[in-house]
Design a protein around this ligand. Structure first.
Ligand code: MEV
Length: 313
């Protein structure tokens, strides 16, 4: 039996502007998706369900299904629909701490942890680069368009500058995550920003440039562990995200509640519209900020940035 886990991620700076080639900084967090692969004496690929094992269902588990399909060419997997086949198969079990559909990279973490578990189980010895690349392909197959950032951060962990995907010196920081519990579509938000940019190219291009400059400036302060300046830059970034229409009433409530409770900086993470915000805090303020976000109507939890990518448990 093999269990692997992979982390979720946040954007410290630069979401949306990164779509236009500007710099962004993403970071792994210490909430993870755990995937276990074990041998079963049925010639099928099964999922562990509450009432026992069931054959892997493409509709219910599209990322796992696509990850298993990726593996068919690499390993001796049991057939998709076993009829007369005999022998053994595998059962896959998932436990994820990452809220689904909230911009924290839950699908990437599950995909990467699945690929790594299959890799170890079948002894295929994929390199981390191959795992990240296959993970991105799985996400593209399921979602249509997918950014390689989430799968990269989930594979390698730590602090990553994008779009060039360079790992930076680790930024060890406590973060409070506030979740609006409102689903938002990344595709729709990216397309809304694109049409705003088409209507007002001179205005929006400058905003994108400035967001990129914030991220570039942020690299220096993040690597120096200067929390105060990182927080200040996060707040400026948040104002610009609002200006391109990816904020929402709920997100603003959580952002301002966290600042009122002492957060050094707070902003949307990911596509916005709904989903999550992050607050960078000093240790002494963590609980206060988390409570304040709850009082403002969000779910909140305290986590840390993490230098650990996908790993065998
Ligand atoms: C979404 O998590 C981040 C965006 O910048 C889109 C992307 O980078 O693909 C909004």
């Amino acid at each position: 039996m093999i269990t692997c886990s992979a982390p979720g991620k946040i954007f410290l700076f630069g979401e949306h502007a990164v779509v236009y080639g500007k710099t962004a900084i993403a970071c792994a967090i210490d909430i993870r998706a755990h995937v276990t692969v074990e041998e079963v004496h049925v010639p099928a690929v099964q999922m562990k369900g509450p009432g026992g094992n069931v054959d892997l269902n493409q509709r219910k588990h599209p990322y796992i299904y696509a990850a298993v399909e990726k593996f068919r060419n690499l390993a001796d997997l049991p057939p998709e629909n076993p009829t007369s086949a005999s022998g053994s198969g595998i059962c896959i079990d998932i436990h994820s701490e990452i809220p689904v559909g909230s911009g924290l990279g839950s699908s990437s973490a599950v995909t990467i942890a699945t690929l790594k578990s299959l890799d170890v189980f079948y002894g295929t010895h994929l390199s981390p680069d191959e795992i990240a690349r296959f993970g991105h392909q799985v996400e593209e197959e399921v979602q249509g368009r997918a950014s390689p950032t989430d799968t990269f951060v989930s594979t390698f962990g730590g602090l990553v500058r994008i779009p060039d995907r360079v790992k930076l010196d680790f930024f060890d920081a406590p973060i409070v995550i506030g979740n609006t519990r409102k689903f938002s579509s990344t595709r729709k938000l990216v397309s809304n920003v694109a049409s705003l940019k088409e209507r007002h190219p001179q205005v929006i291009n400058q905003i994108m440039d400035t967001i990129g400059t914030i991220a570039e400036t942020g690299v220096k302060y993040v690597t120096a562990n200067d929390f105060t300046t990182v927080g200040e830059l996060m707040n400026i970034n948040q104002g610009l995200l609002d200006s391109i229409g990816v904020g929402s009433f709920e997100l603003s409530e959580l952002v301002y509640a966290s600042r009122k409770a002492g957060a050094l900086g707070s902003k949307i993470t990911g596509a916005g519209g709904g989903g999550c915000m992050i607050a960078l805090c000093e240790h002494k303020n963590l609980s206060r900020v988390a409570h304040s976000i709850k009082r403002a109507g969000g779910d909140s939890f305290i986590c840390r940035t993490s230098n650990s990518g996908v790993r065998v448990e």
